[in-house]
Design a protein around this ligand. Structure first.
Ligand code: KIV
Ligand code: ZN
Length: 511
């Protein structure tokens, strides 16, 4: 009989630790809903002790998710565990994930603790966490570089203390597949009470081996994999959820377990995460890259036309590529619009928000006759951005771009309601528009990232632009979508400036 492979998604926690990938509470809730739709078993929503914002985001996710377990991360410290416990209080099913490092280098140099002290903290942490929930996960951080004898002692003790899941992280992505699989095998054999817990793995991708290491662990008995959409995560990232899920599913001749993931939700999830974080997906990325199912060579095309199995081991529609269907058009009414949003799991906070989103939808349908699900996601992101505090608001934009001429932009921006105008030349129309805005606002922000994604195919597709701005140690992402990519870029830039302004205001309120 096929066993269950538990999918633990940490896009909202480890994924968010990617520099520049921080997400707002609303963005986390939107992604969590998509993960739930995909039937992810556990959603790690954040690290509540890290900040009030993270606490609020975990709480918000815990309060809306019904079908997945919502997990909060905590160091093996009482204050962290209290915050984690409070954040998941409203969850239908809540888990606390507590961790402490067990490798010699981490214990000695980072924690400055002896192995005996680490073991004591680990046990205490699990017991504290059990006061909030029966579902407690323990991770010996940097397990991939820890002494297996010591790991066995720690794991035995935390199971006795009440941990139901033992997560073995290759924190620095140092292990090789055979070695990591053997570690899982050894731990399962040598920990006397190993049968009382589920073994999990959490692999980082520093050597590009996160997925291979995770799968090797699964072949050696791990039954939970921690992973992220698009492989997002600290440094080179975590194991990519889509690659784990599709490998196990495609190679059922090898694996004795399978996940219950609705794989048709994979591409929409990938697009959502990429849009929110501004981390573009490389075209040749497995499963979710734009070229993942494209056949260029004549020999391949001929083979696929005769029998698709000649060169395709998976079907594009099984991972959600066919989701790109026309769903609404110019003549669709408010009810059809509301129904489709509900089918996509998008809830707008009020009738007023629905009316305003519907007005935007009509405007978009005038410019672009076929509206796809992806357009609706972008429209709702735009709508959410429009409801964030707007210190700067775009009033008008005019750009000139002509062969042989220097691109030029003229903008009118309202700052706290007062309209001001500026003009600038630039290397291109977007550059000119950003320079004109800077001539007005003089933000001093550094533009760290500018990325454009076409939301659907065709030249009338909406462009979704993400900009990343940094100032005074604060980093924000701004997003904008429009069928005109210069307008989308300016919306994204102003959205970023507004977020930066709100953050700086909160830190140093003006008297
Ligand atoms: O990489 C790591 O070790 C982690 C732990 C918190 C599980 O992210
Ligand atoms: Zn990690």
């Amino acid at each position: 009989m096929t066993e269950q492979l538990i999918i633990f998604d940490t896009t909202l926690r480890d994924g968010e630790q990617s520099p520049g990938a921080s997400m707002t509470r609303e963005e986390k809730v939107r992604i969590a809903k998509q993960l739930e739709r995909m039937r992810v078993n556990i959603i790690e929503a954040g690290f509540p002790a890290a900040s009030q914002g993270d606490f609020d985001a975990v709480k918000a996710v815990a309060n809306v998710i019904q079908d997945s377990t919502v997990c909060a991360l905590a160091r093996a410290l009482e204050k962290d565990i209290v915050r984690a416990g409070e954040a998941i209080q409203g969850a239908h099913a809540g888990r606390i994930h507590t961790f402490i490092a067990t490798s010699p280098i981490h214990m000695e140099k980072k924690l400055r603790m002896t192995p005996a002290q680490v073991l004591e903290h680990a046990v205490k942490a699990v017991k504290w966490a059990r006061q909030y929930t029966d579902d407690v996960e323990f991770s010996p951080e940097d397990a991939g570089r820890s002494d297996p004898d010591f790991l066995c002692r720690v794991l035995e003790a935390v199971i006795d203390a009440g941990a139901a899941t033992l997560n073995i992280p290759d924190t620095v992505g140092y292990n090789l597949p055979e070695q990591f699989g053997a570690l899982i095998h050894t731990l399962r054999e040598r920990v006397p009470n190993a049968d009382k817990a589920v073994f999990s793995v959490h692999c980082h991708n520093d050597l590009g081996l996160a997925v291979a290491n995770s799968l090797s662990a699964v072949l050696n008995g791990a039954r939970q994999v921690e992973c992220t959409i698009n492989g997002l995560g600290e440094r080179a990232g975590n194991a990519a959820l889509e690659e784990i899920v599709m490998t196990v599913r495609t190679r059922q001749d090898i694996f004795t377990c399978d996940s219950g993931i609705d794989t048709t939700q994979i591409v929409p999830a990938s697009r959502l995460v990429s849009g929110v974080t501004g981390f573009a997906v490389q075209p040749n990325k497995a499963i979710v890259g734009a070229n993942a199912f494209a056949h260029e060579s004549g020999i391949h095309q001929d083979g696929v036309l005769k029998s698709r199995e000649t060169y395709e081991i998976m079907r594009a529609e099984d991972v959600g590529w066919s989701a790109n269907k026309m769903v609404l058009g110019k003549h669709s009414g408010r009810n059809a619009f509301r129904t489709r949003l509900a089918e996509l799991g998008i809830e707008l906070p009020s009738e007023e928000a629905l009316n305003s989103a519907f007005a935007r939808f009509k405007g978009l349908a005038d410019k672009k006759h076929e509206i796809f699900d992806e357009d609706l996601h972008a429209l709702v992101s735009d709508e959410a951005a429009a409801h964030e505090p707007e210190h700067y608001k775009l009033v008008s934009l005019r750009v000139c771009s002509e062969t042989g001429e220097i691109p030029h932009a003229a903008v009118v921006v309202a700052e706290s309601g007062v309209e001001r105008a500026a003009e600038s030349d630039g290397g291109g129309p977007v550059d000119a528009a950003f320079k004109a805005i800077e001539a007005l606002v003089d933000s001093g922000a550094e533009l760290q990232l500018y990325s454009v994604n076409n939301i659907t195919s065709g030249t009338d597709a909406q462009g979704e632009v993400t900009v990343r701005l940094a100032k005074g140690g604060r980093i924000v992402n701004g997003q904008g979508a429009d069928t005109d990519i210069v307008i989308a870029s300016v919306k994204a830039y102003l959205h970023g400036l507004n977020r930066l302004h709100s953050k700086l205001e909160r830190a140093h309120p003006q008297v």
